[in-house]
Design a protein around this ligand. Structure first.
Ligand SMILES: Cc1cc2nc3c(=O)[nH]c(=O)nc-3n(C[C@H](O)[C@H](O)[C@H](O)COP(=O)(O)OP(=O)(O)OC[C@H]3O[C@@H](n4cnc5c(N)ncnc54)[C@H](O)[C@@H]3O)c2cc1C
Length: 401
């Protein structure tokens, strides 16, 4: 039986960060992963350049049944701390959009950096290695794996969520939670394109490929504890529905059976502008709208909402223009689902944070058992926030084990 102080299961973003932190404190750490290729999710992230953090990351950028849970770890390991690590490893980076930091060259550099940090603490690797069982003993835990038994007083579960099963995602973390009777928040695909019934989407199929900046919202934004979200980002029409950053962001807040509301012209009150322009604008409706929207989209929207392309603005009753204004400024539509885990960047939900200490990430009912990263019910917005949570929760557990 191999003995370690800490066994970390899952060598992704959170697991490597945790293993390196614990090992650099002088602990004997084993890092276990079933994949043959290390940290595939980091490799494919940010289009191959890894959006490794967001300089603005704070608790408001995360969804969780308990929005306060992430505060402690995020405040103790900040984006500036991760940037300092990136600089220490001389990795070039740049800011792209709203605080998102990307590698200049390749996501591989982040993987190499984390490997170096693990080597700095002499982390032991078991990879590829399948964990067959995890049992609690008087001394801690025994793991049976396909390369022998491992004993450790502390075990960290860093096996992530369900997104992208083809590169190794499993429900291992959730099964361990069930084994130890820990509550779960139902997992759901998040940061994912949304889909619509074929019949409902038929008028928009031809718009596939069109992109534009919109406001999108869903759920309730009112009250002290809002359950909805609102974003101004780019939207992309696809054959099956909607994608682009605006939709990925709102998908994390969207509840099945409820609508999303899109403002296709966020800088313009369309009804007021059309009513005011009736006397002076002599054009047909299709041409009027194409001043502000791509022509293909303007035409498609008019037809889908029952307006004739050649209707003259001057002839239209105000009530009709208000209807058109609402259709464009508050386009309400109800998705029938999403593209699911095969396309979702993350999994929403996971281990219920009420079961964990926010300082250490340890399960309060199971001393020595920790959960970090995406396995936990803390989900970041698009834009580097999910990695920041992986680093911060990994460090919190790495310092506590
Ligand atoms: C296409 C894509 C692009 C993304 N881009 C970004 C981005 O640019 N910025 C950002 O912040 N976030 C991004 N994300 C999200 C980010 O990758 C994840 O939130 C983050 O990797 C989660 O870290 P983690 O360590 O918790 O889990 P993961 O990184 O998923 O690591 C989990 C590890 O556990 C291993 N594992 C799973 N099951 C088992 C098992 N049974 N036994 C042993 N090992 C197991 C897996 O092989 C994997 O190595 C992206 C996600 C995707 C899918």
């Amino acid at each position: 039986m191999a003995k370690f102080d800490v066994a970390v299961i899952g060598a992704g973003a959170a697991g490597m960060m945790c293993a390196a932190t614990a090992a650099q404190r002088g602990l004997r750490v084993v890092l276990i992963d079933h994949a043959t290729k290390l940290a595939e999710k980091i490799r494919i992230s940010g289009g191959g350049r890894c959006n490794f953090t967001n300089v603005n990351a704070g608790p408001a950028n995360f969804l969780s049944e308990n929005p306060h849970f992430c505060k402690s770890a995020l405040s103790r390991y900040t984006p500036a701390d991760f940037v300092a690590l990136v600089k220490k490893h001389r990795i070039g980076y740049h800011e792209k959009h709203r605080g998102q930091l990307f590698c200049d060259d390749s996501a591989e550099q982040i993987i190499e950096m984390l490997k170096d940090e693990c080597a700095g603490g002499d982390v032991h690797w078991r990879m590829p290695c399948k964990v067959e069982s995890l049992e609690q003993t008087a001394e801690g835990f025994v793991l049976e794996t396909d390369s022998g038994s491992i004993e450790a007083p502390s075990v960290v579960i860093a096996t992530g969520g369900l997104s992208i099963p083809k590169i190794g995602a499993t429900d291992f973390g959730y099964r361990i939670a069930a084994q130890f009777d820990l509550r779960m928040v139902e997992p759901r695909p998040a940061l994912v394109p949304l889909t619509f019934d074929a019949e409902q989407w038929a008028p928009f199929v031809e718009m596939s490929g069109i992109a534009l900046e919109v406001d999108v919202e869903t759920g309730s934004l009112k009250g002290r504890n809002p359950t909805g979200g609102r974003f101004r980002e780019d939207l992309l029409f696809t054959h099956r529905g909607l994608s682009g950053p605006a939709i990925l962001q709102i998908s994390s807040y969207w509840q099945p059976g409820t609508p999303i509301v899109i403002n296709l012209l966020p800088e313009l009150d369309l009804a007021a502008t059309l009513i005011e322009g009736k006397g002076t604008i002599k054009k047909q409706l299709g041409n009027v709208l194409s001043q502000w929207l791509p022509a293909r989209l303007a035409e498609g929207l008019l037809l889908a909402h029952g307006f004739a392309l050649d209707a003259r603005l001057a002839d239209m009753p105000d009530a009709q223009l208000r209807k058109l204004g609402a259709a464009i400024n508050q386009w309400s539509l109800t998705p029938n689902g999403s593209e699911g885990y095969k396309k979702a960047e993350v999994t929403r939900g996971g281990i219920d944070t009420r079961e964990l200490s926010q300082q250490t990430m340890m399960a309060t009912k199971v001393p020595g058992l920790y959960f970090i990263g995406e396995a936990v019910d803390v989900t970041g917005w698009l834009g580097g926030y999910n990695f920041q949570w992986a680093w911060a929760s990994g460090v919190a557990a790495g310092l506590a084990v």
